[in-house]
Design a binder for this molecule. Structure first.
Ligand code: GLC
Length: 544
């Protein structure tokens, strides 16, 4: 069955979705209480960001027990109840599989660093000897700085962490590690989950530990661990040994891939789909992401079009827990807020591939306008501020300004805005783990449910339209225009053809339509001339 190709997926960031016991943290019972809301939105699959036991240094992407639920989120009974309640509503649950690394609080790691003979767990991790007084090699962490941390009490030994210091990389040259991961997958699949979003999956296999060129400013070492043949072999093995026995799918988080590699993932069934990262640089430098640049629609849409043309299937997204809010980045939040949010919704939901909506995107949640460094929780943002200060010789305020504008992930992580009540209805008043975005008096679910013209009701109509449209679900893709103002493309299926037109500009744009068209769905309700598209307009036309 192909549910993953036919349904819209909704990502939940559990800490920030709904806090049922008023302790400041969202939880599984909170999610259960909102399943009817999600059903009425029209989504068919939930991707749950990690809910496993974790010290939460990287908000659950640092797992200390893969088979236990973090008590902050509830219990295993709560999880089983979520699965059942979701199933009753025909909603499937996808888990986050974070297997590049574990938390340094994981029992395997605690064993690995014990100074005992024949330590089986030592080889679970990438633990290397320092090179004289130097680190084992010159690789960087993806969160900046070195990727090596000295192990206290072990002579001249370091462990690798490609992410935070407390996320130790697993060693995929060790058969036992692979068997452990297969066991974890079976554990959750046997419970009835519908698959996994595989965290940083194309970085799991390190082919060599050689030094990288010293001239690279950032991400030294990447060429030795990204997209390695060994990673493909492991994923193919997971497919054969585990996944083929279940109705499930895998979506990979795969930074730094090319269309060729993307096609290889699909052809070999290493993954069923993946996320590309090319379009996220529409408003910042891809070489040094802390350098912002003005948003240009062409830089957003061109890479998306390239991927649409290059692979038969893909996971489409504009937001997630690592990206700041799309309406703030790609829309005009001040003058054409609603129009922009609706346009982005129409864009996301008319592309070829599976659409992923991130919690709050459906009500047009925005970036936090007054986020202070002292309020930040995001470990990557915090470490990058330090690195920017050091490397660019700037003051902390300046470094924070740069990071805040470009890569700070907390903009997407503030609690979900359910109502205009205390803490936006996220809970009953306990201080949330991360500050609220203060605009919840204006932007919230309750207000939008009652407003026919709201962003939320537009999402509902748009998702329904997609769910019922074979052209949008199965149609081929063909680009028409991609400029800084107007972008357009065709979707074609069984002889029927839609033209999707997006106006990214704040002006009325003249658009000469060669085809004979009939408007079937749009972000504006009022009549307009087809050759004078209103600001931030998006529409679907049938080609007659
Ligand atoms: C992925 C996650 C991100 C996390 C990182 C390390 O990119 O999406 O939130 O910090 O992996 O696990």
């Amino acid at each position: 069955m192909n549910e993953y190709k036919e349904r819209v997926i909704y990502q939940i960031y559990p800490a920030s979705f709904k806090d049922s016991n008023n302790d400041g943290w969202g939880d599984l019972r909170g999610i259960i209480s909102k399943l009817d809301y999600l059903k009425s939105l029209g989504i068919g699959i939930i991707w749950l960001s990690p809910v496993y036991a974790s010290p939460m240094d990287d908000m659950g992407y640092d797992i200390s027990d893969y088979k236990a639920i973090n008590p902050r989120f509830g219990t295993m009974e709560d999880f089983d109840c979520l699965l059942k309640e979701a199933k009753d509503r025909d909603i499937l649950i996808v888990m986050d599989l974070v297997i590049n690394h574990t938390s340094t609080e994981h029992a395997w790691f605690k064993e690995a660093i014990k100074d005992i003979p024949n330590n089986k767990y030592r080889d679970y991790y990438i633990i290397k000897e320092g090179n004289g007084k130097k680190l084992p090699n010159n690789w960087d962490s993806q969160f900046t700085g070195t990727c090596w941390e000295k192990i206290e009490g072990l002579d001249n030994k370091y462990y690798m962490h490609l992410y935070c210091k407390t996320q130790a990389d697993l060693n995929y040259h060790n058969e036992d590690v692979i068997l452990e991961v297969e066991d974890i997958m079976r554990f959750w699949l046997d419970k009835g989950v519908y698959g996994f979003r595989c965290d940083v999956i194309n970085n799991i296999y390190k082919t060599s530990y050689a030094n990288d060129s010293v001239f690279k400013l950032y991400l030294k070492g990447e060429k030795f661990y990204t997209n390695q043949p060994g990673m493909f072999e492991i994923l193919k093995r997971f497919r054969k040994e585990v996944l083929d026995n279940y109705n499930c799918f895998l979506v990979g988080e795969t930074g730094a891939i090319t269309p060729e590699i993307g096609r290889e993932f699909l052809k070999t069934k290493a993954l069923d789909m993946f996320f590309e990262f090319d379009h996220i640089y529409a408003d910042k430098s891809s070489f040094i992401p802390v350098f912002s640049r003005d948003f240009d629609a062409k830089r957003l849409v061109e890479p998306i079009f390239k991927w649409q043309e290059s692979v038969p299937w893909i996971g489409n997204y504009l937001e997630n827990h690592d990206q700041s809010r799309s309406v703030s980045r790609y829309g005009n939040e001040k003058e054409y807020y609603k129009e922009s949010a609706k346009m982005l919704a129409l864009f996301l939901l008319t592309l070829k591939g599976t659409p992923f909506i991130y919690q709050g995107e459906e009500i047009g949640m925005t970036n936090v306008s007054d986020l202070k460094f002292e309020e930040v929780n995001d470990c990557a943002a915090i470490s990058t501020v330090g690195t920017v200060q050091k490397l660019l010789h700037v003051k902390k305020e300046k470094a924070w300004e740069m990071v805040n504008k470009t890569i700070c992930r907390d903009h997407a992580r503030t609690p979900m805005q359910w109502s205009d009540k205390e803490n936006a209805g996220f809970n009953d008043g306990a201080t949330p783990w991360l500050r609220m975005n203060n605009n919840f008096d204006k932007i919230n679910v309750e207000a939008q449910l009652n407003d026919e013209d709201s962003i939320l009701n537009f999402y509902k109509r748009m998702i329904k339209f997609r769910n019922e449209s074979d052209i949008l679900k199965y149609g081929s893709f063909e680009r028409q225009y991609c400029t800084s103002k107007i972008c357009s493309f065709y979707r074609t299926y069984n002889g029927r053809r839609y033209l999707i037109v997006l106006n990214f500009s704040d002006d009325i744009e003249t658009y000469w339509l060669k085809d004979k068209l009939s408007l079937v769905f749009a972000t504006y309700k009022q009549d307009f001339h087809l050759n004078a598209l209103p600001p931030r307009f998006a529409g679907i036309f049938e080609v007659l």
